[in-house]
Design a binder for this molecule. Structure first.
Ligand code: MOS
Length: 724
């Protein structure tokens, strides 16, 4: 167990986030947002704003900042002010720059906007009629697909032939990442070179997207973000303030700081789509699945830039069944942008699938764990490649014992005024990794450094890198520092997709042997201490065949080298043709529903996870705890409400509920550890996202166990549980 290296900096306020940077001559920008959901900006009267105290410039679609749409591995990123179209309420349509934040904010209020307003479609329910096929899934597969047994005509036939069938509609709410650090940037030009301080999930990707947006060489932009106050997918794309600050700073020849207010974050960034999902599961009376159909609808903004892939993310992979059919549609609406949010696809998809599995268990009068174990997949249906390593059965066995599952009854129990129920659900999240390069440096003072561009948005990656560096160099972790969040460092993947540990860790395991080889060559070179002698490396020392040994620091000193460094790169390879890869988990929760007030309290939670090798148990636990809490939050708290005119009714932290300490009991986490070296040399699979998966269903299933009421949407509210 290692406490995180950046912890002391953060809790003592020494960690400098994006907007903590202040430079002489700096200006402040404030973003102006639309107040209609659909139409065109007809005119903007900026005269009053321009003559307000301290105002230096006002940019609008009529006096724009030149920006181009950047395209990266995440798709294209929207840039503001390039046309007069308005596609949602709260869309950035202007940027006021002044000598102080207050002056910019006050002047922004003086901007008068005239619109040609058009009818807006903002309701998911109303929009279902206009649904379109979603684009192909992440792996390129089509929006609809079916894998059927040879003699089966259609999924409907398979369902009709099933002795037991459950079928239901489920829905999940729009969510916002609500990261503690609002999206913001400080942009500083020095001649032709730009430095941007802005929290993001990958410094190198942010630098490239800014350079492409500004039309300059990639090497002209440096993105710096060693500290990121939460991201969760919401800081994958470069944010509006970064584009505007960078472009305005270039125009004005002065540094510019821009930060969204908390309310602005809810519309000027992006959130999780709402979903509607129809599940139909057919089974034999012994619980063996016969057919599974999952049709999903995801909200998407009018530019159709992101959908929540619930069908592809869950029903396609989780269970063995001879007949599976999925479809994924999107519902374009005049709503704020949507994007990746922790376990995109799997989080809301698992609510529907794992609720439906619970309904099937009830229909079969079967234990829900037994039902899941009976149908646990050895490989994703329709793919020949078996999971590299799957110990979900052990997760369930260990979890059931630890949680006291055997005491559960099909109708819960009563304790005083509280109806008590237990629920469970499976969690899965694909194990992925991205190409990454890491530099490992040895210094003559006996310390080492591992460095990659990437980002640690609070995951603990920095500490994990130091630990992997230490074990790869065979030295104590105290002697290793890590550097992250600077695009001038070797290009190091993305803190997204639960990939960072496997990506950066694998690259460290390539870089460390390289730098050790260089060290050995140096130690035995002409004039060096071990000239001509056979040398080897262990425990931070160069060992000579004649019995002498020196630490690597001593070797460097003796050879007059302050430091040596090597860069190692690693990328997914032929393992992808041999196995399928996923992490697994079993979620458990106990809820208490008050007999009279109908409030739901989660009273116990346990998650048992199979995520390969765990590098730093403390950070891993806290990642999982955060995810599980978010699952409870999705189940009982979070949901953005949109008014008919497209305005968010609760787009702030007063109205958008997130759990507080009183909502969350102690969270129990356990790992079963089977290093998955078929996936990557480190053996660690991702665990950043899986913690949220399944938990909302576990809560809903526990509510059903306690009350007998099946709620098929989240968040579950008191009203859902009132009796007539
Ligand atoms: Mo995370 S939703 O993979 O950035």
């Amino acid at each position: 167990m290692t406490t995180r290296l950046d912890g002391p900096m953060k809790v003592t306020g020494q960690a400098r986030y994006g907007t903590d940077h202040n430079v002489p001559g700096m200006l402040f920008g404030y973003v102006v947002l639309s107040t209609i959901a659909h139409g065109e900006v007809a005119a903007m009267d900026v005269a009053a704003a321009k003559s307000a105290p301290g105002v230096v410039a006002v940019y609008t679609p009529f006096e724009p900042l030149e920006l181009h749409t950047p395209v990266s591995m995440l798709g294209s990123t929207w840039v503001p002010l390039q046309n007069t179209e308005v596609a949602y309420y709260g869309q950035p349509i202007g940027f006021v720059v002044a000598e102080s934040f207050e002056q910019a904010r006050d002047a922004a209020a003086l901007v008068e906007v005239a619109y040609h307003e058009l009818p807006a479609l903002t309701s998911m329910a109303a929009g279902l009629a206009t649904a379109e096929d979603a684009p192909p899934a992440r792996d390129g597969s089509p929006p609809s697909l079916a894998v059927l047994a040879p003699d089966v005509e259609s999924i409907e036939h398979a369902l009709a032939a099933s002795p037991v069938v459950v079928e239901a509609m489920y829905s999940t709410a729009t969510q916002n990442h609500a990261a503690m650090e609002p999206h913001s940037a400080v942009a500083i030009w020095e001649g032709e070179r730009l430095t941007v301080h802005s929290g993001n999930q990958a410094a190198n990707l942010q630098a490239i997207s800014l350079a492409d947006a500004l039309g300059v060489e990639h090497s002209a932009v440096r993105s710096v973000n060693p500290f990121v106050g939460g991201a969760f997918g919401g800081k994958g794309h470069t944010a509006v303030p970064a584009f505007l600050a960078a472009a305005a700073a270039r125009e004005l020849g002065r540094p510019v700081k821009a930060a969204l207010t908390r309310e602005q974050v809810f519309t000027a960034t992006a959130g999780r789509p709402a979903t509607v999902q129809r599940l139909a599961i057919g089974a034999e009376r012994d619980g063996t699945l016969v057919a599974l159909r999952h049709d999903s609808w995801s909200s998407t903004p009018m530019d159709r830039s992101f959908i929540e892939p619930t069908s592809h993310g869950t029903s396609r992979e989780w269970y063995t069944t001879p007949n599976v059919a999925i479809s994924q549609k999107m519902v374009p609406l005049n709503i704020p942008p949507t994007t990746f949010m922790r376990a995109p696809g799997e989080a809301p998809g698992s609510f529907a699938l794992e609720s439906a599995m619970d309904e099937l268990a009830v229909a079969l009068e079967m234990d829900p764990i037994e039902l899941r174990m009976r149908n646990s997949s050895l490989a994703p249906p329709g793919k020949d490649l078996q999971w590299s390593s799957k110990h979900l059965d052990e997760c369930y066995a260990a979890g059931a014992a630890r949680f006291g599952w055997a005491q559960r009854t099909p109708t819960g129990r009563v304790e005083g005024d509280w109806l008590v129920g237990l629920g469970t659900a499976t969690a899965m999240f694909p194990a992925l990794r991205f190409p990454a390069s890491v530099q490992v440096m040895l210094r003559d003072d006996g310390t080492a450094e591992v460095a990659t561009s990437g980002a640690d948005p609070g995951t603990g990656l920095l500490t994990v890198m130091a630990l992997v560096g230490a074990s790869s160099l065979d030295i104590a972790p105290e002697r290793v520092t890590a550097q992250l969040g600077d695009s001038t460092l070797p290009a190091g993947g993305l803190s997204g997709g639960s990939t960072a540990t496997a990506s950066a860790g694998s690259a460290i395991m390539v870089a460390a042997p390289k730098v050790i080889d260089d060290l050995l060559a140096l130690a035995a070179a002409p004039g060096a201490p071990f000239e001509g002698v056979e040398v080897s490396y262990a425990d931070g020392h160069v060992l000579a065949a004649d019995g002498r040994s020196l630490t690597f620091g001593e070797v460097l000193k003796a050879t007059g080298r302050p430091s040596i460094a090597a860069i190692g790169s690693s990328a997914p390879g032929e393992e992808l043709t041999k196995h399928s890869f996923s992490s697994f988990g079993a979620q458990f929760c106990e809820v208490r529903v008050h007999r009279w007030t109908r409030e739901v309290r989660v009273s116990r939670m346990l998650g048992v996870f199979d995520a390969g090798r765990i590098i730093n148990e403390q950070a891993a636990r806290s990642q999982i705890i955060g995810g599980m809490i978010w699952g409870v939050s999705a189940a009982l708290h979070e949901g953005l409400e949109i008014e008919g005119n497209g305005r968010l009714a609760n787009g702030d932290l007063a109205g958008y509920l997130i759990p507080v300490n009183a909502d969350i009991p102690e969270v129990d986490v356990q790992f079963v550890q089977y290093p998955d070296t078929l996936h990557n040399p480190l053996g660690a699979r991702g665990l950043g996202e899986i913690g949220v998966v399944g938990m909302a269903a576990a809560v809903a299933n526990a509510v059903h166990n306690a009350t007998g009421t099946r709620v098929r949407h989240i968040p579950i509210t008191i009203e859902d549980l009132l009796e007539d």
